[in-house]
Design a protein around this ligand. Structure first.
Ligand SMILES: [Zn+2]
Length: 82
């Protein structure tokens, strides 16, 4: 089984974190989208979502059920380049 990889653009690192977020313009309040992040990208992805008030929670990868992931994570905009 392939390990889950980080959602940051171009990053192939294994995911260590799950960023749970919600865009109130697109999603109902209880819905959670999930981005996966490696150690290096957790902060930048969290900052990206936090700046838009989308970020709800950050949890270690694998500790929760993924509530809404029928498909790949869908960044609302381009993730930050680094
Ligand atoms: Zn990464």
């Amino acid at each position: 089984m392939e390990p889950d990889t980080c959602s940051a653009k171009g990053c192939q690192a294994p995911a260590a974190w799950q960023l749970l977020w919600n865009n109130p313009k697109l999603h109902t309040p209880e819905r959670r989208k999930v981005w996966l992040a490696c150690e290096d990208h957790r902060q930048s992805l969290a900052d990206f979502l936090g700046a838009r008030s989308f970020l709800k929670d950050v949890v270690p990868h694998g500790t929760t059920d993924q509530p809404d992931q029928p498909d790949q994570p869908e960044p609302p905009d381009q993730p930050p380049a680094d």
